[in-house]
Design a protein around this ligand. Sequence first.
Ligand code: 4AZ
Length: 850
Amino acid sequence: MRSNRGGKKDVGAGLKYSHQAQNINGFEEGVEFLPANNSRKVEKRGPKRWIVLLALLIFFILISLMVGFLVWHFNYRNVRVQKIFNGFLRITNENFIDAYENSNSTEFANLASKVKEALKVLYNGIPALGPFYKESGVTAFSEGSVIAYYWSEFSVPQYRVEEVERTLSKEYVLTLPPRSRALQSFNVASIVAFPTDARTAQTTRDNSCSFSLHARGEEVTRFTTPGFPDSPYPARARCQWVLRGDADLVLSLTFQSFDVAPCDNDGNDVVMVYDSLSPVEPRAVVQLCGTYAPSYNLTFLSSQNVMLVTLITNTVRRHPGFKAKFFQLPKMTECGGRLTGMQGTFNTPYYPGHYPPNIDCTWDIEVPHHQNVKIRFKLFYLVEPHETLGTCTKDYVEINGERYCGEKKHFVVTSRSNKITVHFHSDESYTDTGFFAEYLSYDSSDPCPGMFTCKTGRCINNTLRCDGWTDCTDFSDELDCVCNSTYQFTCKNNFCKPRFWLCDGLDDCGDKSDELECSCPNGTFRCGNGKCIPKSEKCNKKDNCGDGSDEAECDSVSIVPCTKYTYKCRSGVCLSKGNPECDGKQDCSDGSDEKNCDCGLRSFIKQSRIVGGQNSDEGEWPWQVSLHAAGQGHLCGASLISSTWLVSAAHCFIDELGIRYSEPATWKAYLGLHDQSKRSATGVEERGFKQIIPHDAFNDFTFDYDIAVLELDKPVDLSTVIRPICLPDSSHTFPAGKAIWVTGWGHTKEGGTGALILQKGEIRVINQTTCEDLLPNQLTPRMMCVGFLTGGVDSCQGDSGGPLSSVEDDGRTFLAGVVSWGEGCARRNKPGVYTRVPVLRDWIKEKTGV
Ligand code: 4AZ
């Protein structure tokens, strides 16, 4: 028998009981193999051996515990982290003198050392802080009586960091210990400190890129990032600008040009503006990164006479940085007020600039007796990055006890009497552009004379009631309707929808009931062209539908037989994946689907807001070109597809009324243009044409093949406002329902006049069969309807030739179509018609080589 008390089953364990083993380790002297029947011997010797083993075991356990403890102690418990806190305090019995603005003055140094002493006394008196406190530094002073801005460094064991942060987050008042001679009659209150981003902490101590500017009188003071605009700002920079005004004034800061590295999540470059001279999050007004178009409002107001701007860069990307200006102005003494009369307007302070932090305004609105008040918010932006969704605890508007915050489209609030109070509150951090509102008096018994009243309070024309289109934002015009069965369909949820929307592949009812009883039976797939195929034929690498729609959205990318709906790699093989070109994923083994992709990206951040209506931001559509005919100004639009070629509509170049529109010399192209009245602005390029090539199949009666390519007389240099759009492959699909942007300087209403600022409108691709019903016998396969059947958003005269820009998820934009024609503009059931670019892609390639 072999004893195996060691618990090990492996062969080597047995050696422990061999004599050889005893000689080696010497511990197990006297241990030997026993015959199983030698029970006496076992009894006699067993206990001794047990004791030795137990002692050994205890010894090893103790050693391991000790080693573990030491490892934990030295590696974790005792590991200290350096923590910098930024803060400010108020010295209540001191008056501000000019010398405090200069950190090299003796006065500054004297007061700073008192502040440091006060902080030392304060921290040493708090058990949770004292043992970890290292040192403090004073960075600035400002008025009121005197505010000192400082940083404090702590060296804290990792496991106590949270406790230190919690302790410091309280507001302290300094109570001096008896016999504190250095701080005699030094009264300090409102001491607060906040944890600081390690990168900001470095700025606090490093003065190499630190600037101090004081606004003088009514003068505007300007500043820029180092090297702006000729060279990029330094990589890994820690810069700060201390901005000051005179006591009791406030500051207005505007970034006139802003271009730093794009905002990506990890370690991007960032500009912060603080309503304080301390870079602390609770006093941050805004965080900016990326690029903003010059037309975007980047004006920020302070609540007192100081502001701090910091630039922290982590990347080595080459961006010019910013150009900014600031000036001082009197503090707003009265915000809000009493508003009377039948109607009027009011807005947040400094609108459309960002309202200042820490402000409250109340408007008491009173209209004549027996009338009620309706407030219409036209623009509403009270977005706070740290707001918990739906709580409105930071910045808000309060009316009738209800709070409103965030970003809102047009909304109306009504009163229950002839009076209403609107209260606006902005807290101490992050501001936005605020709101612009209109108040109107109305008769409560008839809020919308001769019109239908939406539940939101909005008035709409009676003809819009129960017509299948939502005109009230809350659908109230489409509720409780009896549908007209000859031209309407009753959805399961009782909405009435036009019959021609049945089975168009779009969920028009909202409950999909308009798409349920379509001609395709269960187990079949409805193709884009209405054909039904067995579900098993979807994604089987064959074009069973005949329009490629069954192979368009398949997960795996595989090589399939080439059809006109498949993408062909340069190697000649065709892919099952729809729209694979320039999507950031290499699908062709030769990489050809990701070649020539230097197109379709704008250099500015796409702002979701349309400031002042449908104006575009500058540089938002850098491929948009304005075509001017001699003596007639802007007539058509076009799209830049390379540094020398444009795509436009053929119908713009037909000779008419003795004018030779087909002649290149008749035209001038303006690239990088935003405002038609500023054609000589910097960034705008003017070019003539070398040649105009209309499609030779263009039919000026039907407008079939309405496309032309134009060669510039001289190539353009690409810039932030001049960039080409991507041309979609001939297999590229823009499915029904897809949102696409149309842009141009055309008429803003039918029979109206052209726009000065480039306009934009978001419209949707309409199913070809639906459109054929709406515009019977007029559509050809080269045409596509895009718009809303409700009307309202559309292209119009003067937009012709311009782009239909399809912005993909990654921001890359493809030229989906060219503005061609329509029955009027923005009419119901008369969407605009556009030339399909994929269908004519090969022709463009043939004529331009692009
Ligand atoms: C035009 O006359 C025109 N609503 C362009 C587009 C549309 C109508 C007219 C589409 O240039």
